[in-house]
Design a protein around this ligand. Sequence first.
Ligand code: ADP
Length: 549
Amino acid sequence: MDDEEIARTNLEHILKKEGYQVQTAANGLEALEKIRRGHFDLILTDLKMDRMDGIQLLEAAKQIAPQAAIMLFTGYATVDSAVEALLKGAVHYLSKPIKLDELRGTVRRLSEQKRLTRNLRGPVLCFSGPPGTGKTSIGQSIAEALERKFVRLSLAGLRDEAELRGHRRTYVGAMPGRIINEIRRLGVKNPVFMLDEIDKVGQGFKGDPASVLLEILDPEQNSHFLDHYLDVPFDLSGVMFIATANLVDYLPAPLLDRLEVIPFPGYSESEKQQIAKNYLIPRQLEHHGLAHLGIEFTERAILDIIRGYTREAGLRNLEREIATICRRLARICLKDQDACPTLIHEDLLDQLLGPRRFTHEVAEAQNRVGVTTGLVWTEFGGEIVFVEAAAMQGKKQLILTGSLGNVLQESAQTALSYIRSQAKKFNLDPDFFADKDIHIHIPAGSIPKDGPSAGLTIALALLSLLTGRPARLDVALSGELTLSGRILPVSGIREKLLAAQRAGVRRVILPQRNAVEVEGLEKEVKEGLEVVLVSEIDQALLDQVLLPA
Ligand code: ADP
């Protein structure tokens, strides 16, 4: 692009002779129009022009055609703006008068680079972790760092394939799909596009969500994404997609295959304390117009809020509680500025937040026969659960309740069969099941539970019941049990240990085969916990968990 016709035609002639396809434009608007319509690898522009200068063109072109490299020509007088152009993303600049060899060499080098990098594509990232661990915030920061626009689309509410892919225009009220709609709204085709809660699409979805997502996320296919409303292929390859999920375990395999999963684990207590002190509290004070009052929280108060008022892997509730305190403080200030406390210490929490909602529940619970503590991993992070077993007169029935999934039910059957087959080893009457029913219940029935990792916990609850030895509730277990009595490794170790800490567990029993993972965890995650690794159920393990009868 050059506003001098002679320069323009000369350049066109030279470059065409080199074998490139060339289009020219006399001003910025004309150039943008052409960039919008065609596909360009390289844009050469003069820096000084009427109407729209090279820098403005650079900025606009970067949005429309992110793939194009942009090179500027400049006279000596405008070296400063050339530097500015480089900072804004131009790849090179040539000073006028242009030396033809230099021009040919540079263009050749750039097109060679383009050829090499044309097929390079970043992977589609998938941030996976419990709510409030910063997945969305990191996505926003990536967009900011790349100077691209950010858009977030929650997949959780989607019911219909047409919402993603658009309606055919034969329908009254037909609309383009959400993807195209957002891109139109933003006006750029290279935003950072966050597909939130990709693990929540599925139930009740009309059409096949996985296939649409595959088409959107697969770099091989998404350069000609077909929206039904648009009805011409649209190139999505410039969009940076980031998916988020709470748990990736249940994603369809072909979809998971295309994603580079980055785990966002829950925060430890000390991490939460630091984040609260450095980010959440200053931000909430600011939002509530209290920043100028110099209000501070003591370390102990922050810790007490974390322990007494929240039970979560992320930071959502912590931030909410801090916001509640700020609102109360704002009200006190409005009534009487002098009465507003400037140092929030732990004794004020009762007054500001009400009575504590959570206690170290297992440490204070009473040990019972047939009740053990288990560690599970849910989409909200780690949790503790109690497994209860009871026996009664009956006819060899195993009753399972507490909305248990299939795998969990099978774990319970396996645990019972294992104990029956090994009755001698545990000094039990081999016929203990002959005239009995056994009932296993895992409370908190509204939470669906599944997975194999409760096998060990169930086995110990049964052994406690059958031997009459109370189980220590401050000992928590997690491990998959096979019919032959081997203990297989489990996932989510870090989340489970954090949950154990939150609940006041003292000893955690984990499979020997998780040793490497346990070894690799930071000190804070294991603080206050005695981690015992086991490979089979033996007397030593029983003594770790069960008290004497
Ligand atoms: P997610 O998308 O994982 O549910 P968000 O990104 O919405 O989580 O984060 C929830 C809140 O927690 C936000 O207000 C965010 O600023 C804050 N937050 C999360 N992680 C951090 C961190 N490491 N440092 C500072 N603030 C954080």
